[in-house]
Design a binder for this molecule. Structure first.
Ligand SMILES: [Zn+2]
Length: 429
């Protein structure tokens, strides 16, 4: 779908690419932005337009966050969510962590080389309450940035976020625990999500990972074992079958019985970043509802949706049906906006070279989306479109193509800290 703005740059309902093309050729609209493609109508204001409620749905992840914009249709069974836009936001948390770790190394070297006689100072740093590591703050910032951008492009009425992996309240309710955790029920999915976290996605008997897990009763039901969560563990199919009618201790794993009785600590259930994200999203002045991962998995199973970050996002929250429509997914990769440090150093922390003092070369900076039409006779001849990397010698790099002369480059979209690509997602419903 194409985002549509009115003449005052207020959001209208997104339209199909076909309609956008018509509006553009009839000169009723202009291109407002390339990625994601947004047009601005020249003759319409939001007051003359009928808007439908759009909800932003977020499935936060450590490497990739799923984002989905859906039109809400209220029916008797509940809300039906029609996907308008699907995106995967790829974070650079690991890179942030790695760069800071390196910086620590360089500083440590300089300290020991230059200030050997200074008395040691340590344990003299204080962290503000609510402090988050920079890598996590970067992830949080990415999501917040995009929620804010979407707010400018669609009439957003609500944000649905998956805040916890499982609903602790539901699991701890003694009236519910012990009955109906079966597959297909919401509680069953909450229990499964809980056990996946508790046993760190491993078979408790053989420690295998990346297999389909089954719920295993430590003491089998046929021998009086209960359906309580404290009697359930994760096992792979092979182990579960082999164990059969034995208790875990008889199967040779007495430690499993003990592990199963220990509840998962609340701290592990409560992800600090997700919590901080929800707090930060409140600054956008849009109502926020928070949900559990168990519910997302339950919805995905009910609707028969494939596993993908953006489709997971579409399944967040309380809804009767989700229809993703025939959209391709946009991959949004966080690229950063350059760095302050002007010194390049080698692995041992010794300076090897110095970077430019200015960011722009002939009005172009690294990260700008550029079209370069290089005539024949140059090594990099041909037409190139994409994210440019500028060089002081005016020979730029675009992807794997080196030596693109700056004078042949035309900026299509200014750098905004992200790179964009369209990816094919698995089958949609
Ligand atoms: Zn196993």
């Amino acid at each position: 779908m194409v985002f549509v703005l009115d003449k005052q740059k207020k959001p209208l309902m997104p339209c199909t690419p076909r309609r956008a093309r018509l509006l553009l050729t009839r000169k009723r609209a202009v291109v407002h932005r390339l990625s994601p493609f947004t047009i601005r109508l020249k003759d319409r204001s939001v007051r003359e337009s009928a808007l439908q409620p759009v909800v932003l749905k977020i499935d936060p992840g450590s490497k990739t966050t799923g984002l989905a914009l859906a039109r809400v249709e209220a029916t008797e069974e509940g809300e039906v969510h029609h996907g308008l836009h699907l995106a995967e936001l790829i974070h650079r948390g690991e890179e942030v962590r790695e760069r800071l770790r390196k910086r620590t190394g360089y500083r440590r070297r300089r300290r020991s080389a230059n200030l050997r006689y200074r008395p040691p100072r340590f344990l003299n740093r204080r962290r503000a309450p609510g402090w988050l590591p920079p890598s996590l703050r970067s992830r949080m910032g990415n999501v917040l940035t995009w929620a804010g951008r979407y707010q400018h492009w669609v009439p957003m009425v609500r944000i649905d976020v998956e805040r916890v992996k499982f609903d602790t309240m539901l699991l701890q309710n003694p009236e519910i625990a012990g009955i109906a955790y079966q597959r297909g029920e919401l509680l069953g999915w909450e229990v499964r999500s809980y056990l996946l976290e508790k046993f760190q996605r491993r078979c408790v008997y053989c420690s295998r990972e990346q297999v389909v897990f089954e719920l295993d009763h430590v003491r089998p039901r046929s021998r009086g074992g209960s359906d309580q969560v404290s009697n359930l563990v994760l096992a792979c199919h092979a182990c579960n079958e082999q164990k059969g009618n034995q208790t875990a201790a008889e199967f040779g794993h007495p430690e499993v019985e003990e592990d199963a009785r220990k509840p998962l600590k609340d701290a592990a259930a409560m992800n600090a970043t997700r919590y901080a994200l929800c707090e930060a999203l409140r600054s956008l002045d849009v109502p926020i509802t928070t949900w559990s991962g168990g519910r997302t998995r339950w919805n995905r199973d009910r609707f028969g949706v494939e596993k993908a970050h953006c489709l997971d996002a579409l399944c967040v929250g309380e809804l009767a049906r989700a229809k993703s429509g025939r959209h391709r997914t946009m991959a949004i990769t966080a690229m950063g906006r350059g760095r302050y440090s002007r010194t390049n150093v080698n692995d041992s922390g010794f300076p090897t070279g110095y970077l430019m003092r200015t960011k722009q070369i002939m009005g172009i900076k690294t990260g700008d989306r550029v079209r370069a039409v290089v005539p024949a006779g140059f090594a990099a001849h041909g037409t190139h479109t994409g994210r440019i990397a500028v060089r002081a010698n005016r020979q730029f790099r675009l992807g794997k193509v080196q030596g693109i002369p700056a004078r042949f480059c035309r900026v299509l979209q200014l750098a905004d800290g992200f790179d964009y690509a369209i990816v094919e997602t698995a089958l949609h419903v």
